[in-house]
Design a binder for this molecule. Sequence first.
Ligand code: PAF
Length: 274
Amino acid sequence: MQIIKNIEEMQAFRSEMRGSVGFVPTMGALHRGHLSLIRRAREENDHVVVSIFVNPTQFLPGEDFERYPRREEADRNICERAGVDVLFVPEAASVYHDDEVTLKAPPYLGYVLEGHRRPGHFDGVVQVVMKLFNLVRPTRAYFGKKDAQQLCILQKMVEDLFVPVEIVPVDTVREEDGLALSSRNVYLSPEERTRALGVSRSLKRASRLVMAGELDTETIKVAMRETMREIDTIEYIEIVDRGFRPLKRVEIGNTIILVAVKVGRTRLIDNLWI
Ligand code: PAF
C-alpha cells in the first residue's frame, strides 16, 4: 500500500493509474462501516484509494474538531489488510488556500435538518469532497447511507456540476444490538450507549409500522418518539422524500426516516431508507 501525504505526489501517482479507481473519502477512526465501503470499492474497481482527512471546514465553532478521534496507525493497518492501494493523507495547509474559491451546498437541501442544526457544515463537505475528487479522479466514490443528507447532497453535486464520478450508496453497518456504527460512538459511556439503542429501536418500530401498512407520517413519528423515551434530547424525527421535502404519507421507494438525538454530550444520527 502506497501512503501519500503530498498533493503533487497524489496527482502524479493518479496519472499513472490505469483502469477504474474506487475512492473512499474518510475522516479516519475507521470502523466496520468504513470497511464495508472499502470492501465494496475493492470488489468493483481495479484500484482503491482511501483518504483520511479531518476536514476543518465542515466543523462549526464549538464542535469536536480538536477531539475528533485520530488513530493513524490503526487506520493504516485496517487499510493495508483491506487491500487498499493508496492511502492519501493530505495536510490541511496544502488542501486549503488563502481567499479561495468556495462551493456552497444547495440552498434547500444543504440547510434543512442537519444543515439547519449545523449551518455551513455541508458547504465544508462539498468543498473538500470536490477537491478530493479532483485530486483522486475516481471512477466511483463510496458513501454510507447513515449520512443520508451528505449522500444526497453529494449525489446532487456531481449531477449539478457534471462531475464524472459515480456515487455509490452503501448500507449502514450496525452492531448486533442495532447501534449504527459511527466514529463518535467512542464518546458514549456504557450507560449512554445502552440508552442510545432507543434510536435504532425507534427506526425498527417505524419499519414494522410501515410493513403493517401504516403510512401516516405523524402516527409513525409519535410511535418513534415513544420508543426514545430514555434519550436526553430528540433534536428531530423527520420523514422526508429523497429531496428532503417532508412527507405526509410514506412513499415506498422514496422515503427516508431521519433521527438526530443527543445522548449525554454526544450527538447521534441514524435513518431508515424505505
Ligand atoms: O463522511 C465523512 O467522513 C466526511 O464528511 C467526508 C465525506 C470524508 C468529507 O470530509
